[in-house]
Design a protein around this ligand. Structure first.
Ligand code: NAP
Length: 344
């Protein structure tokens, strides 16, 4: 039986990855900052028979000593290093916490692997935010990096820590350069989930309108459940390498919003420009979406599009859930949450 550790197991990807690994028969361990039930985040959605199988270790990833002790005591075949201050918006306000977590935490994991169990295969959660103000489109593994946020900068350092240790010390480590991926378990501060949750609140009368930032940004959005499968495939390959994981299609935030409202049979018509733009319900004229400069970022990646040809060829990976089905899944789950029925 293979033994895997997931750091960041309480997050969105932690849920889908732990579920997949447990179903594959892995012994799955996870790092959690706090093991009280209300702090287990997405893990609370795991079916009981699976969550009972998990071994959780209390550890802040910035705590060098505890990371060392856990990795010394438990020798893992695979480590999926997902823990991060993952919200780009917060990284502008909290660059030091972002660096300590994303750079320091990654260094801790790499140091412990090198010192105690160099056979471990390491997955590092890199990101399309490395490309930032992308110099070409679509972006692949050879596209130069130009991060535009403290988050992107911290993840670029993590990328180089893994690559440098791979080249210099034989670390079996890969960088998964994953483009945006979503699900009904996406953190509520992230814009896609904010949209789907707001729609559920509007429909049930708990909220009047959705306030949102730059509607023109374009993202390449996939499904978290597909992307964790790519992580696993990277670690099953013989040679450690870096891979872009993306759908190869991008849509604006305006299109995401329109299609999400469509799930509840509302057609949005847009009016005005820039900060004065609003989205109205076409049949009633009621304003349901309002642009709010509070949500604009100091620096923004306008257009993000990934080319995952390498992953398709080498790993045999491809996305299974398209844009419309992903949005439908999220809106319907939020409506269900809103109506206080249980998840899955
Ligand atoms: P997420 O839902 O925000 O989860 C982040 C996880 O990191 C949570 O489990 C969180 O634990 C943990 N964490 C944060 N600070 C920590 C610390 N100091 N010590 C220990 N754990 C800490 O993120 P996700 O969407 O699952 O993404 C997983 C990884 O992929 C992240 O590294 C993210 O940056 C990266 N990524 C995500 C995307 C995407 O679109 N989702 C795209 C590219 C890359 P708590 O529950 O205690 O807060």
């Amino acid at each position: 039986m293979k033994k895997a550790l997931i750091t960041g197991i309480t997050g969105q990807d932690g849920f889908f990855l732990s579920k997949q690994l447990l179903e594959k028969g892995y012994e799955v361990h996870g790092l959690v900052r706090n093991d009280s039930r209300q702090c287990l985040g997405s893990l609370r959605c795991l079916p009981r028979e699976l969550s009972d199988e998990l071994s959780l270790h209390k550890c802040d990833i910035t705590d060098h000593e505890t990371v060392m002790v856990i990795l010394k005591d438990e020798q893992f075949d695979e480590i999926y290093h997902l823990s991060a201050q993952s919200f780009v918006g917060h990284s502008f306000d909290q660059p030091r916490i972002t660096n300590n977590t994303n750079i320091g935490g990654t260094q801790n994991v790499v140091d412990a692997i090198r010192l105690f169990y160099p056979h471990t295969k390491l997955y590092f959660a890199a990101t399309s935010e490395l490309f930032g103000r992308a110099v070409e489109s679509p972006q692949n593994e050879n596209t130069p990096f130009y991060p535009r946020s403290p988050y992107g900068i911290s993840k670029l350092a993590g990328y180089w820590i893994v690559k440098n240790n791979r080249e210099g010390y034989g670390l079996w480590g890969v960088n998964g350069i994953l483009f945006n991926h979503e699900s009904e378990l996406r953190g509520e501060k992230f814009v896609t989930r904010k949209i789907t949750k707001s729609i559920a609140s509007i429909v049930t009368g708990a909220q009047d309108e959705l306030r949102i930032g730059n509607l023109n940004i374009k993202r390449d959005w996939g499904f978290s459940g597909d992307y964790v499968d790519a992580m696993w495939r990277m670690l099953q390959h013989d040679i450690p390498d870096d891979y872009v994981i993306a759908t190869g299609e991008n849509y604006s935030l305006r299109e995401f919003t329109e299609r999400a409202f469509k799930v509840v049979d509302v057609d949005i018509v847009w009016e005005g420009e820039g900060v004065n733009e609003v989205g109205r319900d076409a049949s009633t004229g009621r304003v349901l979406v309002r642009v709010d400069p509070e949500f604009f970022r100091p620096a923004e990646n306008e257009c993000v599009l990934g080319d995952c040809t390498k992953a398709r060829k080498v790993l045999g990976w491809k996305p299974t859930l398209g844009f419309d089905r992903l949005i439908e899944r999220m809106v319907k789950a939020d409506l269900k949450f809103m109506k206080k029925t249980s998840y899955v």
